[in-house]
Design a protein around this ligand. Structure first.
Ligand SMILES: [Fe+2]
Ligand SMILES: [Fe+2]
Length: 294
């Protein structure tokens, strides 16, 4: 296993929400079910522009990138949080627009088919346009890694997340195809990005948190040896969670005591409202076009 002894610190982080399910009030940005978060990271003399997920609608992503004044060619790395189409479908089109070789990082299983059966059989994975062979011809330097690994100084992939809580990480009722059989899936490919903000602590960027947000944060502490969770942005996938799971999640989050909580996408309206009530000023709303600087 790759060993993470000292993974460094980041001086500043700017997160631009290029895609989210909703656009804010009176916004010219477009909302589209999915997520795409642009991370501008500075660590000493190094700066990198990393795109976490690409959403499903290339048209909406391009529209939002133009509004946010983000040149496609300025993107230096793409990180895929997991297989689902609402995070990956636009990938080939985005790479075509970036039009140069860049690393595309994800779990080794990220391009598998992932079938939902309800209400009808449907592959909700990255889609037939995004085969590894095709992506390579479009300039993707594919890096499939399931262990924790550094993306740059102060920025780490969680790798596969250890599932320790009893109320999270059991999958969303989808299936993988193995030897002609449909096998229940727990989305082992769910990975997040950890940014170690100087003087603040860990800032964790999630796609859907299918591994469970508490599991992700506990895993982040464990692999870095840093106990302060400064903040979280991304989907928390509580959209179909019952009251008990939402309450347990909030209690555990409260104990982790983040200074900033920016839930979006698949967090769901009920959980969003309760998090807002519980975390008050520490809660921030995210929409397409939101920018957060740390
Ligand atoms: Fe998902
Ligand atoms: Fe999602």
């Amino acid at each position: 296993m790759y060993s993470i002894k000292e993974f460094g610190e980041v001086d500043s982080l700017r997160v631009t929400v290029l895609m989210e399910d909703y656009a804010g009030y009176e916004s010219d940005y477009w909302g589209s079910h999915g997520i795409a978060l642009l991370l501008d990271v500075k660590a000493g003399n190094t700066s990198k522009r990393i795109l976490m997920d690409v959403g499903q609608s290339f048209e909406a992503l391009l529209h939002n990138m133009e509004l946010a004044d983000v040149e496609p060619a300025s993107i230096e790395m793409i990180f895929l949080s997991h297989c689902h189409y609402d995070h990956t479908l636009a990938l080939a089109d985005v790479l075509g627009k970036i039009n140069k070789e860049i690393p595309v990082v994800g779990h080794p299983e990220v391009f598998r088919k992932n079938f939902a059966l309800d209400p009808v059989l449907k592959d909700i994975g990255s889609g037939s346009k995004n085969t590894p062979e095709r992506l390579e011809t479009l300039g993707a330097q594919l890096a499939f890694i399931k262990e924790p690994f550094p993306l740059m100084e102060g920025v780490l992939s969680t790798g596969e997340v250890e599932r320790v809580t009893d109320f999270e990480g059991k999958g969303i009722g989808t299936y993988n195809l193995e030897g002609g059989k449909l096998v229940p899936d727990s989305l082992v490919d769910d990975m997040s990005i950890i940014v170690n903000l100087k003087g603040k602590g860990l800032f964790v960027v999630t796609g859907c948190s299918h591994a469970g947000i508490v599991n992700i944060l506990e895993h982040s502490k464990k692999i870095t040896g840093i106990n302060k969770i400064f903040g979280v942005i991304g989907g928390l996938h509580l959209v179909k969670a019952d009251d008990e799971v939402i309450a347990k999640t909030m209690d555990r989050l409260e104990r982790l005591n983040p200074s900033v909580l920016i839930p979006g996408h698949c967090t769901g309206q009920k959980a969003q409202y309760r998090l807002w009530e519980r975390f008050g000023d520490r809660y921030r709303a995210m929409h397409s076009g939101s920018v957060f600087e740390f």
